[in-house]
Ligand binder design. Structure first.
Ligand SMILES: [Zn+2]
Length: 381
């Protein structure tokens, strides 16, 4: 048998797999002793690697017949998302690991394993190339999303609820009583300049506290990513930085922060975690993962203020999750490292007196990606 440790794995799902399933042993790759390892010459490990590949890459990125660089190339160099290649004690040892994968079956039965090439049909015509799971669209969700433009949201609840309910068990995270989260609100409740010995000293600030930094009353609740106009939900984050970033302050703004703790155990529909480890065994289950990934993408989509009408689908997702009996939703922040939590009832949270602070925003950073530019000859292609 040959073993690989958590550190030699790079992909987060792979790391979790080794942590959860591993035994204590010696890593064949880096030769560290007495660490958590799994046998990599085993079918489950093989299917997991292929599912990570299928999640991240579309076939044209690695199939040389479609212009890709080659299947094996994905495991070497900067592009390598799977392993920490540099930890291997020798090139030969690392090559053995890659060969175990690339020498394995690339076509498998739909309900038996993961195929990484689409192959040919019975007329020897090439099938449509495989599209990565992360860029695949579920027809059902796409249709619901466009029907929202012409139909009332409550007429679509039943169908969306049925899709979301498929993940009620796998996507559930329980936060226990006493867990705490942060909220932020731009502004302060008071500021005063103190006098000492006849001289003016620096300004002192009083943060918003309690209800002032809690969820607004429904009559003042504007429409948000998760809540409809006039519906008040409690938006929180797992850390202060994320909470502050989520209120989009400008440089020079003063922002109050507050900490809230849970009064009871809550069940959250968690769109912040990968469920790949529950769906990696065969192509059939990978296909079942696509709608969940679409929900994640919709909730995480960065929406500029000018396009806030796109919130209608995320508000509908939230309605359905609430009707399925969850206390809230978790999703990754696009502006902070932490996780956003939205609770449907603010009364399940209690304001804490500690860490009730005021910060001044020094700078706001921007992050951007270039997008393709329309070429002159575009219309003739
Ligand atoms: Zn290792």
């Amino acid at each position: 048998m040959s073993f690989i440790c958590v550190e030699c794995a790079k992909d987060q799902n792979l790391k979790h797999f080794i942590e959860n399933r591993g035994i204590t042993g010696d890593c064949t790759i880096c030769q560290n002793n007495a660490v958590k390892v799994v046998d990599y010459e085993n079918d489950e490990f093989f299917q997991l690697i292929k599912s990570i590949l299928r999640f991240n890459y579309s076939e044209w990125e690695y199939n040389t017949h479609l212009g890709g660089d080659g299947y094996d190339k994905l495991f070497y160099g900067d592009k390598n998302i799977f392993f920490n290649e540099s930890r291997a004690v020798s090139e030969e040892i690392y090559e053995d690991l890659v060969l175990f994968i690339t020498d394995g079956d690339v076509y498998e039965g739909y309900d038996k394993g993961i195929s990484i090439f689409s192959g040919y049909n019975k007329y020897e015509m090439r099938n449509m190339p495989l599209v990565s799971i992360k860029s695949s669209y579920s027809k059902d969700i796409t249709k619901l999303s466009s029907r929202l433009k012409t139909e009332n949201y409550f007429d679509l609840e039943g169908e969306l609820k049925a899709i979301i309910d498929n993940y009620s068990t796998s996507a559930m995270t329980v936060y226990s009583k006493g867990s705490y989260f942060y909220r932020a609100r731009i502004g302060v409740s008071d500021k005063k300049r103190s006098f000492s010995g006849g001289f003016e000293t620096e300004l002192h600030y009083e943060p918003y506290k309690n209800g002032e930094i809690g969820a607004p009353p429904p009559q003042f609740a504007s429409s948000g990513r998760i809540n409809r106009l006039g519906v008040s939900f409690m938006y929180c984050a797992t850390d202060k930085y994320t909470a502050i970033s989520e209120v989009r302050p400008h440089p020079g703004d003063f922002v109050s922060t507050g900490k809230f703790s849970l009064r009871k155990d809550v069940r959250v529909f968690d769109l912040s975690k990968s469920l790949l480890l529950e769906y990696f065994h065969c192509d059939e289950s990978l296909d079942k993962y696509v709608p969940f990934q679409n929900l994640v993408d919709l909730i995480n989509k960065v929406v500029p203020p000018s396009e806030r009408q796109h919130y209608s689908i995320t508000q509908l997702i939230a309605d359905c999750i609430r009707q399925l009996g969850f206390d809230g939703i978790a999703f990754r922040s696009t502006v902070g490292e932490g996780i956003n939590l939205v609770f449907f009832q603010s009364s399940i949270l209690e304001f804490m007196n500690d860490e009730n602070e005021v910060v001044c925003i020094k700078q706001v950073k921007y992050d951007y990606d270039p997008v393709p530019i329309i070429q002159k000859d575009y219309l003739y292609q």
